[in-house]
Design a protein around this ligand. Sequence first.
Ligand code: SF4
Ligand code: SF4
Length: 470
Amino acid sequence: MANARKENHSASSRGAYFNTGNGPTIQTIDIGHPVYVGLIDPDAAFWSLVKKDKLADAFSDGAFLKQYRKKQATFSAEMESIRFGLKPSAVYFNPTERCNLNCSYCYIPERMRRNGQHMSRPKLIEALSLLNDYFREILPRGRQPQIVFHGSEPMLCREALFAAIEEYEDHFSFGIQTNGTLMDDEAIQFLTSRGIGIGLSLDGHAGKIADRSRKTWTGDGVFKKVIHNLERLKGYPNYNVICTVTRENMRSLRKIVDFFHDLEVPICMLNPVRCTRQGAREIKPEDHELAINYLMALDRTYDLYEKTGRKLVVANFANILISIVAPTARRLMCDISPCGGGRCFFAVSAKGDLFPCSEFIGLKEFNGGNLFRGEIEKALDSPAFLQVTGRKVEDIDPCFRCAIRHFCGSPCPAEAYEMKGGMDCPGAFCELYEEQARYALRKIADGKEEAYLWDDWDSGTSTTLKIVSL
Ligand code: SF4
Ligand code: SF4
């Protein structure tokens, strides 16, 4: 019956032409390249680069349509699978609410960071045991779930954390995202000898820049301490540095890239500040200005690679590039719609409360249940989580008509909800995404994309997060 209805309601067109009847919809985009333009079927994220003087031929001579038809089904199936077919395989685990720093853009409310609670060692071990049981049931044999200890500052619970890692190192792949101020030789030895992923936060190439946003409760900078620890991580392959980009450091991005490259940092993230909380919104860079500075920083990574043969991969850009060249190999799940929050991973608070993503931890209406009450499945299906996992670019204006909607995903739902007033609003940095997608297609047109990607980017097509940050 349903099929008969569908047949009655469908158009009779055989879909022989682009952009009319049942034919595929292809949008042309200017990628800022002297020779090529981009052609994209936004729904399937199918794309092609076509010489400008051959554009009319592409739409009329049939060869392009043939090429499109050959690949369309694969592209659509891949997109469907990464958008709606994944199960959780990672957890952002917040073992404490407290932090020894008071960064201006933090998404955790101040009262929690000042006076919140730590998870005790037995509770932390119980939590990992519950998560282990859950993942053993849902993941295929041999697939190791990932636990990323996340902020506030997880190293404040160092003793419980390290005990839990020792007990469960055969069951999970662990990572830690830290402000880098509480590391000592022993901690670095503990983490690096186990191959644990380490993400350190640093927002500048000099104290006068980095310390503007990241400081202690008494207002002291922490730049020197973090640098000291970064020096000690030199040569360790499994770490990255996260630079949150704000109005305060946006114009220094090129110098920051130089600095990270000098320190031999293998991977960095240049993450535009998430504007979930008011403090972050106060230092939000203008979208178009950020885009200009961001692309200059990407250019700089290319120059440095050419000069030295050593890459500094900007992971959040690399992820967009990968979403274009090999969608199922993407590693970060912010720039896809629905984003990974609540479907590829979820977050656990220091009280065991379950949230779609750490970004929601300060918003109690997004608490979907509690780990210690055995409510993981319930949380994944809760209205709180469904608000996030049901947020689709197709429902957002202007994203529903944007050609690059599946290379961007319109992040972030927490930001849209808090800053723009609703899940059906776009995130804060539309133009940055437009420019990144155009830049990525330019690099592909020039055959330079490998220079921006980590070396083993195509070693698997697993979509598990292998990088510590969101
Ligand atoms: S887009 Fe926002 S909510 Fe989604 S995974 Fe990224 S940080 Fe979390
Ligand atoms: S946020 Fe902007 S670039 Fe991203 S999908 Fe929406 S309209 Fe497109």
